[in-house]
Design a protein around this ligand. Structure first.
Ligand SMILES: *Cc1c(COP(=O)(O)O)cnc(C)c1O
Length: 393
């Protein structure tokens, strides 16, 4: 098979940082992917919550092609119109004031940490700030993002990371309060935990952290890299909690396949950064910005949010039916089209068998199946998925 030959070549030259599925993907259309052997898959992973619009969207592809022919890159020493427009879209969506565009989610987290630390430094004249992060969180793999990621096995082999980070329990406000002191500059967390097991924040907790931050002058950083951009049924998940963070991070579906992220802040906080404090050669170049603009245009035109709000309750309902029939499913949870199915055993086999039957889903941790489909998925796609899921269970 074509894929065997390619995988043999890949295993010689790629660094072995992933246990990859033995599939070589080749093309995509709508919510379906095709591999190099011509096999078709219904995709419930969307490149890890990236391809919100599905594959092969003409308007999106055309916008990118047009920008390639016009101008790809400028550096941030100059202005470019696509980036200005993208930042206008982003400020409108987030309700925040100033945007720094990055090349990935991890870099958005790095920027958010730097901004919170700088804000504290300007306010207190000291560089001894601390950050509170959450157990079971995931924020990325660089030394800064790793330092706030609540998974010890990801951190330990890499020695000293950035200091001054303490971990509280998600959805436990007392555990956060217990760690606050006069050096606390920021509390960072996902509004819905993704990689750590698909745990939505509960309302009292998210609002409690907001209140705590207000009382103590602490920066609230929400990481919406995975749960933002409409995935939960509102453009930002925090809209459903009636709070606004001081800094939010975005990536994944922001560019729908083009590497782009952003950290966005309230005016007063953003102003702590001055020329020379932060930069990026590529960040927000015209090419990625054109993609972001196309994404926002298509979200509006195709009423993507309406689709999420129609299909997500149906998916949840069908999953609850499946749970009722299978005692090895211990929990079904999530928000919008960001769902977890927790089993009382590892899910590796279930995921593998589903792929053999033409359904791509991924896991989050050992025992949890993670569903983060394109946001344009339909109810009949859900039916197809559910029948395969039942077969493989
Ligand atoms: C994926 C993810 C990141 C890291 O983003 P990259 O683009 O992989 O660097 C950070 N935070 C959350 C919540 C994520 O899901």
């Amino acid at each position: 098979m074509v894929s065997d030959e390619l995988i043999t070549r890949a295993d010689k030259v790629l660094m072995h940082t992933y246990n990859r599925f033995q599939i070589v993907l080749d093309s995509g259309e709508g919510v379906y992917l095709k591999d190099v052997n011509g096999k078709k898959y219904l995709d419930l992973a969307a490149g890890i919550a990236v391809f919100a619009l599905g594959y092969g969207v003409k308007e999106y592809n055309d916008a990118l092609k047009a920008q390639v022919d016009k101008l790809l890159h400028t550096s941030n020493l100059f202005y470019n119109e696509p980036a200005i427009k993208a930042c206008e879209y982003i400020t409108k969506m987030t309700g925040l004031d100033r945007v720094f565009m990055t090349n990935s989610g991890t870099e958005a987290i790095e920027g958010a940490i730097k901004l919170a630390r700088k804000y504290y430094y300007v306010k207190n004249g000291k560089a001894d700030s601390e950050i509170i992060a959450m157990n079971h969180s995931f924020h990325g793999r660089s030394m800064g993002a790793l330092a706030v990621t609540g998974n010890e096995s990801y951190r330990t082999p890499f020695g000293q990371l950035i200091g001054g980070v303490k971990f509280a329990d998600y959805n436990n406000i007392d555990s956060v309060k217990a760690l606050v002191n006069e050096k606390t500059c920021a509390i960072i967390m996902e509004t819905v935990q993704g990689e750590g097991g698909l745990y939505p924040g509960n309302k009292e907790f998210i609002q409690g952290v907001r209140k705590l931050c207000d009382e103590k002058g602490i920066i609230m950083i929400l990481d919406e890299i995975q749960c933002g951009m409409g995935r939960t049924g509102t453009m930002m998940a925090y809209e459903q909690y009636g709070v606004k963070p001081d800094i939010v991070t975005l990536a994944k579906a922001l560019g729908c396949g083009v590497p782009v992220g952003a950290f966005v802040a309230k005016e007063e906080v953003a102003n702590a950064m001055v020329p020379g404090d932060h930069g990026s050669t590529y960040g927000g170049n015209p090419f990625v910005a054109a993609a972001v603009n196309a994404v926002f245009d298509i979200f509006e035109k195709k009423k993507v949010l309406d689709n999420v709000n129609e299909v997500a309750p149906y998916l949840k309902e069908r999953l609850i039916e499946v749970k009722a029939k299978h005692s090895d499913i211990v929990d079904v949870r999530g928000l919008g089209l960001m769902c977890g199915i927790e089993f009382n055993h590892p899910v590796g086999d279930i995921v593998k068998k589903a792929m053999e039957k033409g359904v791509i889903m991924i896991s989050a941790g050992k025992n949890i199946v993670r569903l983060v489909p394109p946001l344009v998925i339909t109810k009949s796609d859900v039916d197809k998925f559910i029948s395969v899921l039942e077969e493989v269970i």
